[in-house]
Design a protein around this ligand. Structure first.
Ligand code: ZN
Length: 338
């Protein structure tokens, strides 16, 4: 089963750029930027992926500061983008929707940040032709609404110049910070202008906000950990997929154990769902590993893993033609195992 899952042409719909750099890629990035990776740096990387039993969501967000430092120059950001794509390509991911929050510092503006990432995706296409990559600029809910407005404005502009690359907007960041209602107007504008919306929703217990988000609507729901049966039914009635990230939820402490993961409830409710990594680097996982965990914990069969992959194809923001090509690849692969 491991080999089958590893070689399966998978579809990743919930992955953050900075969090998706595996330990090997962080080393490669440091080597490119600083000469050769030192032993000290190697130890730093090991600490980076080690989680304490009492790790929580706040501890996870602190870890990102480490990666942000490595991607704070144009060169670092561009190479990090290539490396993240390399890591997914090596796991036989055939389609990737990568999310990233445009940042500004002394080395680049938010506009330049997006330009660098878009150009790096274009370059990576030549090196890794078997993976199709799309970009979802993210709004960090911990930042002011004015920043979100700039992000949406840039996303709309780049969606015009790169219509095959930018398809939507993500709302993410520490769910304990900021209020969804403050961002609703700018998200509404983005949607009116044709961008799809993926919202991190019900990641922590906040029923009032979850209702606001569900009533607002979204193209896909990130995590959905604390959704009630009624919420799940509402998403199901709208065919809105819930992005399940098992290791991420366990390591960030929002779900107590794999057995209690809400993927089980979603399967029982026959709600639309996809399996994703969230931050494969930070959480030291792969999409193959996430499928394997789902199989070992909930007894998913090979056919169910294939069905989940085809479900991800359908819930992706790819074009109809791209979806047909992806589904055909999956079917051809499955046939080769018969
Ligand atoms: Zn996420």
């Amino acid at each position: 089963m491991l080999q089958f899952l590893k070689e399966l042409p998978k579809v990743e719909l919930h992955a953050h750029l900075n969090g998706s750099l595996g330990i090997g890629s962080l080393r490669d990035l440091a080597e490119r930027l600083h000469g050769s990776a030192s032993e000290e740096f190697s130890q730093l990387c090991q600490r980076f992926i080690r989680f304490d039993r009492d790790s929580d969501l706040d501890a996870c967000f602190e870890k990102f500061a480490f990666v942000h430092e490595l991607t704070s120059t144009a060169e670092g950001l561009r190479y990090a983008t290539e490396l993240a794509i390399r890591d997914f390509a090596r796991d036989n991911v055939q389609y990737l929707e990568l999310r990233t929050t445009p940042k500004a510092n002394g080395n680049y503006s938010r506009r330049e940040y997006l330009q660098h990432v878009l150009e790096a995706i274009g370059e990576a296409r030549k090196i890794y032709p078997n993976i199709l990559v799309k970009l979802l600029p993210s709004i960090n809910r911990a930042e002011p609404v004015a920043v979100a407005e700039e992000t949406v404005s840039l996303a709309l502009e780049f969606a015009q110049s790169h219509p095959d690359l930018i398809l939507g907007i993500d709302l993410s960041g520490n769910p304990g910070k900021g209020r969804f209602s403050d961002f609703a107007p700018i998200l509404s504008l983005a949607r009116d202008q044709g961008l799809k919306l993926v919202l991190h929703c019900a990641e922590i217990e906040n029923p009032v906000e979850v209702k606001e988000m569900l009533n607002f609507g979204m193209s896909r729901c990130g995590h959905g950990t604390f959704l009630t049966p009624e919420d799940i039914a509402q998403l199901k009635s709208r065919n809105t997929a819930i992005e399940c990230c098992l290791t991420s939820n366990i390591k960030s402490g929002t779900v107590p154990s794999l057995e209690e993961h809400h993927l089980k409830r979603l399967m029982e409710a026959d709600a639309p769902k996809v399996i994703c990594t969230d931050d494969s680097g930070v959480f030291d996982t792969t999409l193959t590993q996430e499928f394997l965990l789902a199989k070992e914990t909930f007894g998913l069969t090979r056919d169910q893993c294939v069905a989940l992959t085809l479900e991800a194809v359908q819930h992706s923001f790819a074009s109809v033609e791209e979806k047909q090509v992806m589904a055909a690849k999956v079917k051809k692969y499955v046939d080769s195992w018969q």
